[in-house]
Design a protein. Sequence first.
Length: 445
Amino acid sequence: QPEVVARHYTEAGNAARAVAYWQRAGEQALERSATREAAAHLAAALALTSRLPEAERARTELFLLLRRGMALQALRGFAASEVETTYARARTLIKNVQIDPVERFFVFYGLAGFYNTRAQYTLAREFSQELLRIAEETGHPALRLEAHWIAGMVAYHDADMDTAERHLAEARRPALWDAYQPGTLPNWFDPRVATLYFTALVEWHRGLPDQALKRVDQARTIGETVRHPFTEAWIHSLHTDLLMLRREWAALEEAADPFVALCEEQAFPFFLYWALGKRYLARCHCGGGPEDRAAVVETLAVVSQIGTLSDLPRGLARVAITFAEAGAVDEAEVPLRRALEITQTTDHKLTESLLLQARGCLLLARGAAGEAEDAFRQALRAGERAETLARTLQAGLRLAHLLHDQHRTDEARAVLAPLYARFTEGFETPDLREARALLDAMAEA
């Protein structure tokens, strides 16, 4: 128990030995995903660095900051202000300290993750470019893998699907995966799983829902070999995200339960509240009532407090659509209003189509069919701009239903048929089954 020894050295005033043992205690806690313990032990070590000899002070502090940053990301979430403070301090230190490129790399890694999760994509892209530069300079295969998936993640959130696809394809190169050795870098989840996560999301948006779902099995195969709780959380998140995107609500409700249990057991708030939100959203679609609607709103309010803004507006828009289509029109106003507030101060091209669909659903529920039609047409155009065929289809479906209900069958068919024809797979997903059924109904009309 190195923390016990560390306390003795701290009380004895032996800073160097105390720091060494607090560091060891923190690293051991990280290895078993005890992030709360790790953060506390590493904070105790950092508090003593001012007493170290000047020659070793900065290098030791930097080492501790990077490890504590890892713990804080899992414990508080990627977008916590304490995470930004930790990595900003590390960035200041590397200006005056000669360090290993790997350590330098993970300073920018932490900052890229923070600003991406805060939906500040210009800054996130700048830091991801620095990661790519360091990775190419060193030729380190594991750093190249990490740099490319991070760059792919940022590009995905910024609705630059071509760039995202290019970086993620590079991150999936067999040579990089074969060279990757878990446990050799100061990271705390497997980058191959992260690569598959964003690959699957890009594939879903590109109209490849079946291919996207296959990535879950690939990720599970990796998870069985590394057996790391936070990597397991990423895999659960991927699976539940895809079920939500595919609108397979009963399967989502079932899949959310083990995800919630893992996050509660391991104290992963970043994932926990998303897992809870997905569970309550699924229940809303599976016969749930006002208590489930209230629970999903409360859960996403916590996500907002954590600072997770990259995905939050889309989550709120989905909730607004769910409420509006269930007839809870007044309740739908609250999440939609919050989503619009967030997008006024952050860049959310990937969210625009879904927000417009939510607005259209709300208008339609209030009887304003003309304004709803305008919103759905804008959502169509926004989906095309964001290079998301799947989201464009959803907008097209809503518009086609509205037009068909108004006996404007030719217009409805002109909207929906070309979108349906662009798909090459996924014909058993709810969206495409609904599209086929509507097209068939119009053919018989």
